[in-house]
Design a protein around this ligand. Structure first.
Ligand code: TXA
Ligand code: MG
Length: 321
């Protein structure tokens, strides 16, 4: 495995070539780092599942370079899909669509749908363009963490998660810290009315304004995330919602909430954007410090705060992909 900090065109081209030859490339997106494989290469995609210890029925997002590629991967597309894509792509939004024949069972976990996203991070877009210039059609990429752990938002965290499982021909492209810090908004677009399955920084309000009608967030999905897997959970600490914490316990809250006496402040974000950007770093810090418990005061309100609360509740349920 090679980690490259330099994002020159030469490195991006090498990344695209590695993907096309069936190797894996971890790369930055504006949300979190992804672990990429050629979405048409079953063997390479199988390695992603094995490295992540991810159940094979848990589908992967296919990353594409442009809205024009939607019809390569999806069929029977609702009109509103193009409105959403025009307004929010490239960006932190994944659309679940009825799959075309190209999207194999090894990507979709045997479902009739496929998740598509055009990321806005310049390195990700550049990699996609180079990959497509070699004949590639899409990069399948989940977050570059072990199943059950929080997503990595910088390349050191990618190394910590999966570095030891990568081969010498695989690559990690480093571009510093991800700006957004929580995963993309996922929207089920298979029905007449879209439904948000995972909240993110393309918010319910933005989506509803774009479409001119109300779009709801519902956790109902036919993806069955397995409830129990003993190992790999991050944070290892027990996460609780509380504004009090005992001495020696971790504490996460907006900057204006005082730290309980003796508690270990893991982050003090001043804004909701900072809260999203720092949440995963803070819980990794708790793991590094070997803390047993983290008290979290979730942010209130709508918008991105909904995504932050969603990820906090996933930490409490220990339910990460
Ligand atoms: O921001 C992101 O979305 C990042 C970056 C790397 O793009 N990716 C990411 O991938 O978070 P992953 O695999 O960790 O989470 C994707 C989620 C999974 O929970 C998966 O079940 C869901 O998207 N998903 C993917 N394809 C789906 C489909 N066809 N139907 C329903 N859910 C799907
Ligand atoms: Mg994930």
């Amino acid at each position: 495995m090679q980690i490259v900090e330099n994002q020159s065109q030469q490195i991006i081209k090498a990344g695209a070539k590695a993907l096309k030859s069936g190797n894996l490339v971890a790369f930055p997106t504006e949300t979190v780092y992804g672990l990429g494989a050629d979405a048409l290469n079953e063997k390479a995609v199988a390695r992603i599942f094995s490295i992540k210890s991810r159940p094979t029925f848990h589908p992967l997002i296919v990353h594409i370079s442009t809205i024009l590629k939607i019809t390569t991967w999806a069929i029977e597309i609702q009109d509103y899909v193009f409105d959403l894509a025009r307004d929010f792509w490239p960006g932190p939004m994944t659309l679940i669509l009825k799959r075309s024949n190209l999207a194999g069972n090894f990507i979709t976990g045997n479902q009739e749908t496929v998740g598509l996203r055009v990321p806005s991070h310049p390195v990700a877009l550049n990699l996609l363009n180079e990959f497509e210039s070699l004949g590639g059609l899409g990069i399948a990429a989940p977050s570059a963490n072990k199943f059950g752990a929080v997503s990595p938002t910088n390349s050191q965290d990618v190394v910590e998660e999966i570095g030891s499982s990568l081969d010498k021909n695989d690559l990690i492209i480093d571009a510093g810290q991800c700006l957004i810090g929580v995963e993309s908004t996922i929207i089920d677009c298979t029905k007449q009315k879209p439904q948000i399955l995972r909240p993110g920084s393309v918010t319910q309000e933005l989506i509803s304004t774009s479409l001119g009608f109300n779009v709801n967030f519902s956790v109902k999905t036919n993806i069955k995330a397995p409830g129990v897997l003993d190992s790999h959970y991050s944070p290892k600490a027990k996460v609780v919602i509380s504004s009090s914490a005992n001495a020696g316990e971790g504490f996460i809250a907006l900057a204006d909430v005082p730290t309980p006496k003796g508690a270990i402040r893991l982050t003090s974000p001043k804004t909701i954007q900072d809260y999203a950007g720092e949440l995963y770093i803070a819980v990794r810090k708790a793991d590094h410090l070997g803390l047993d418990k983290i008290s979290v005061v979730p942010p209130e309100g709508a918008g991105l705060a909904l995504a932050v609360r969603d990820r906090i509740s996933k930490m409490i349920q220990k339910n990460f992909g």
